[in-house]
Design a protein around this ligand. Structure first.
Ligand SMILES: Cc1cc2nc3c(=O)[nH]c(=O)nc-3n(C[C@H](O)[C@H](O)[C@H](O)COP(=O)(O)OP(=O)(O)OC[C@H]3O[C@@H](n4cnc5c(N)ncnc54)[C@H](O)[C@@H]3O)c2cc1C
Length: 381
């Protein structure tokens, strides 16, 4: 959607297709990071974006064994993005769609599923939809997420993710501050995302163990969550049955080549991200900005984009590799230890960060702004 906005803004006829009828998917996370807020500021859209419902999170806390440790402080970051905006993703996508529709070159078709790339003479020339429609295109951007069908044929490297997530809601009262927090204790790791009237909870489990955890029944499930997530105590009865618990499969992979003539993959389609750090949305947006910076003006001028496609990967692959390496390490160390129940006390680095507020600016920078930050360089036609 962000790529659609930027290409249309540059005067390129742009069609975004989305297979669902709406954006109301709740599984993509809600974290709009400082890097993304700053990009919207560069576009002159930040104030309008922040009129959509959101909460501000200015620091990150981890609760280990019942003790809260403050590990990142966003308030000192440069630019206007000095917090993470916890904004339901349907609000964010709806906002981007609304802004993109102001450009006459932009079109959005919902309920339109791309099933394959149309190929002629070794070049992708468009997309075939589930309804059998052929949409011709000079460039197809595969931004169809971690289960991408359009990336078929591009070489994929699976990095392996030893975890899955059980995803469920626990109602709560609205509080003045956002109560989003991660909890680690007694062999459990649960992140509770505060969405105002409810916590969206992500219970991390070993990959393939969902049947075992759910097989213990609803009462055990409620008790296990309550034992760790303090604010959920006394509220778990609202989770009526295990049918309300969704299993989300976590994937960590990346294409070793993001493009072929006529087609470019970005976001999770190019590199599926784990939920660790809540950065996947923001990386996908950075890819979209890089793609527009490199390709939008040449396409608007009628030039052939093919020879430029590899530049997008060259620009974005380094940050993706670094963040995926961090996620991979987190899966194998912190999360494995948390699920094994062997985290007796907070690691020294967490204790140090908690005690030294100045040091909390370092993880805030890495998490909030990322590596090799993009800026809007694509033109406004
Ligand atoms: C459990 C879990 C929690 C997460 N939490 C966070 C978080 O808090 N913060 C964060 O930043 N990241 C989080 N992530 C990672 C994040 O979800 C992804 O990195 C991010 O959504 C990638 O964005 P994307 O636009 O590339 O793909 P997606 O967000 O997956 O969007 C792809 C879109 O394409 C549509 N689509 C798919 N196939 C087709 C098709 N064939 N035709 C037409 N449309 C199609 C889909 O409906 C979807 O709207 C989480 C991941 C998981 C697994």
């Amino acid at each position: 959607m962000v790529a659609g906005l930027l290409f249309a803004r540059a005067g390129v006829h742009t069609l975004v297709i989305e297979k669902h009828a709406d954006f109301l998917r709740d599984f993509r996370g809600d974290t709009v990071h400082p890097s993304t807020l700053n990009l919207f500021d560069e576009l002159g859209l930040l104030d309008a974006l922040l009129e959509r419902p959101h909460d501000k999170v200015e620091d990150v806390e981890a609760v280990l064994g019942g003790h809260a440790y403050r590990i990142a402080d966003f308030t000192h970051l440069p630019g206007r993005g000095k917090f993470v905006a916890m904004m339901p993703q349907w609000e964010f996508l709806d906002f981007v769609a609304q802004e993109a529709k102001r450009y006459p070159c932009f079109d959005l078709r919902m309920r339109t599923e791309g099933v394959e790339a149309i190929e002629r003479d070794g070049r992708v020339t468009g997309v075939r939809t589930a309804d059998g429609l052929e949409i011709p295109a000079r460039l197809v951007i595969a931004a169809d997420g971690r289960g991408s069908t359009l990336r078929a044929g591009l070489p994929l490297r699976d990095l392996g993710a030893p975890i899955d997530v059980l995803w469920f809601r626990v109602p709560k009262r609205r509080t003045p501050g956002n109560q989003t927090q991660g909890y680690i204790a007694g062999g459990e790791m649960i992140v509770a995302i505060d969405r105002g009237e409810y916590f969206q909870c992500a219970r991390v489990i070993e990959k393939g163990k969902a049947a075992v955890v759910l097989g213990r029944g609803i009462d055990a499930f409620r008790a296990e969550v309550e034992s760790v997530v303090v604010p959920a105590r006394g509220l778990m009865h609202a989770l009526a049955s295990l049918d309300d618990v969704k299993l989300l499969s976590v994937t960590l992979d990346r294409l070793t080549r993001w493009s072929r003539p006529g087609l470019l993959a970005i976001g999770d389609a190019a590199h599926a991200m784990s939920p660790v750090g809540g950065v996947g949305i923001n990386l996908a947006i950075q890819d979209a900005v890089a793609a527009a910076n490199i390709l939008a003006a040449p396409i608007a001028l009628g030039r052939d984009p093919d020879r430029l496609l590899a530049r997008v990967q060259a620009r974005r692959e380094f940050p993706v590799r670094v963040i995926q390496a961090v996620q991979h390490t987190a899966h194998r160390t912190v999360i494995r230890a948390a699920l094994a129940g062997t985290v007796q006390r907070a690691p020294w680095i967490i204790r140090l960060l908690d005690r030294a507020p100045l040091l909390q600016r370092i993880p805030a920078r890495v998490l909030g702004l990322g590596i090799r930050r993009e800026h809007i360089r694509s033109p406004r036609a």
